[in-house]
Design a protein around this ligand. Structure first.
Ligand code: CP
Ligand code: NVA
Length: 306
């Protein structure tokens, strides 16, 4: 993975199809214990939004690699008092080896990446959540052995997770169907980008029909109906999004061997029923675990661990 050393991961589209496959392979090897890597470097976490999985899995991954982690809480840093991103980025660059940022605007991490020479990782923005999708693809690969030709259906809001799923599925040759209420579809530029990446036989479908999207799918996937920053709209969205809930009836029209994924945190009874979350087709806890393995592979590749 020498070609990845020193690079940023701001969008899943920053990776080639081969690089995604290599990262998944490395993640699987690290998970099984077949491979062990060391890297005595410092990871900074700059999170402007809440996080459980991303924060803890990045930290655990870095410690397991033999590195250190610094939690750069924006509330007690000068960034919360208005220090410009371009100044903060150039200073952090001098102390850290790699920086993972969770924030609102994609433009902000792009500015960080422009001014910091160290690798910058998108740990979620309003536009994308690439690290989540690496773990999701690892989970699907574990369940089905291969990815190409499978069909993933995402139901709910056309948000950051939907965007990275569009790109991630296109990169690995999975058919991807995104079903959202009218007015909540994915960013058309990302849909177009995914269509450009996808091979001619790979389907990229965007629809408002949840049943057409779920029919025969191998993976059903959902996320919260209101993301961080959209809390004020959460209640008014519930009736609009109700037809897109992953429940037992919808699961019945998917492939009989279908698995169910959710990036978490979940609102049980809204985007997914308690029964499906706890049911035999749920792989949600393996998916959460895989954040650790996928991000360890990513850190190791960007830092050149050996
Ligand atoms: N899925 C995910 O990113 O979870 P956190 O918000 O807890 O990090
Ligand atoms: N779409 C959700 C994902 C949380 C991991 C959000 O941005 O809040």
């Amino acid at each position: 993975m020498a070609a990845m050393i020193g690079r940023d991961l701001l969008s899943l589209a920053d990776l080639s199809a081969d690089e995604v496959q290599q990262l998944l392979q490395l993640a699987a090897q690290l998970k099984s214990g077949q491979m062990s890597l060391r890297c005595n470097k410092i990871l900074g976490l700059l999170f402007y939004k809440a996080s459980t999985r991303t924060r803890v899995s990045f930290s655990a991954a870095m410690y397991q690699l033999g590195g250190q982690v610094m939690d750069l809480n924006p509330d007690v840093s000068q960034v919360s008092r208005g220090e410009p991103v371009q100044d903060t980025a150039r200073v952090l660059d001098r102390y850290l080896d790699i920086l993972a940022i969770r924030t609102f605007e994609q433009q902000q991490i792009e500015t960080f990446a422009h001014y910091a020479k160290i690798p910058v990782i998108n740990a979620l923005t309003d536009l994308e959540h690439p690290c989540q999708i690496l773990a999701d693809l690892l989970t699907v690969q574990e369940c089905f052995g291969e990815l190409a030709g499978l069909t993933l259906t995402y139901l709910g809001d056309g948000n950051n997770v939907a965007h990275s799923l569009l790109l991630g599925c296109a990169l690995v040759g999975m058919n991807v169907r995104i079903a959202t209420p009218p007015g909540f579809g994915p960013n058309p530029a990302i849909v177009e980008q995914s269509q450009a990446i996808a091979l001619s036989q790979t389907e990229v479908m965007v629809t408002h029909d949840p049943e057409a999207a779920a029919k025969g799918a191998t993976v059903l996937y959902t996320d919260v109906w209101a993301s961080m920053g959209q809390e004020a709209e959460a209640n008014s969205r519930i009736p609009v999004f109700q037809p897109y809930q992953i429940n037992e009836q919808l699961l019945n029209i998917a492939d009989p061997n279908a698995i169910v994924l959710h990036c978490l945190p979940a609102h049980r009874g809204e985007e997914i029923t308690d029964g499906v979350m706890e049911g035999s087709q749920s792989r949600i806890w393996d998916q959460a675990e895989n954040r650790l393995h996928a991000q360890k592979a990513l850190l190791a590749s960007l830092l050149g661990a050996n």
